[in-house]
Ligand binder design. Structure first.
Ligand code: ADP
Length: 152
């Protein structure tokens, strides 16, 4: 099976209406969009997704950010995508740029559209992508049912 990567369009990206740009950039990398849905977020799902952040001082801020509390998104809904293709994880993460938009190269998505609110310690970095092929499969199983992803 070709490599897959989970992508989440975070509330700041939804507010900025850059979802189409994000899809376009990933498709231009030669990747195929094989999963696409709107997800109603729960705090439990965010905590499961970000289990590796357990104990970090900024975790509660991340939960508020993902729930849309800082971006006028009151329905707690975001887009979840699965992209598939050769080296999907590294290709997408290179196109996203560094976690902190202040450190992201200017041609990357986070460099273009992200923002770091230093005083509140909120990293508005627009898009999530899995950080390894193994983690991608864990995340895809968390966000999608098998029948919701194309067998491309
Ligand atoms: P990435 O999303 O680039 O894989 P991490 O998995 O380390 O990065 O972090 C998950 C998310 O937590 C980040 O995308 C960001 O929204 C938030 N975050 C990470 N580090 C910090 C930090 N030092 N302060 C505030 N928020 C952070």
């Amino acid at each position: 099976m070709k490599e897959r990567c989970l992508v989440l369009i975070k509330p700041d990206a939804i507010e900025k209406r850059i979802t189409g740009i994000v899809i376009d950039r990933f498709e231009r990398l030669g990747l195929t969009l094989v999963g696409s849905k709107v997800v109603s977020l729960t705090e439990k799902l965010i905590r499961q997704h970000y289990a590796h952040l357990s104990g970090k001082p900024f975790l509660e801020g991340v939960i508020h950010y993902m729930m849309g509390d800082y971006n006028h998104i009151t329905n707690h809904k975001i887009y979840a995508f699965v992209f598939q293709g050769k080296n999907a994880v590294s290709a997408i993460r290179d196109a996203l740029g560094a976690t902190n938009p202040d450190n992201a190269a200017p041609w990357t998505i986070r460099g273009n559209f992200g923002k770091f609110d230093k005083s509140a310690d909120i990293v508005y970095n627009c898009v999530h992508a899995s950080d390894s092929a193994t983690d991608a499969e864990r995340e895809i199983a968390l966000w999608f049912s098998p029948g919701e992803v194309l067998d491309a």
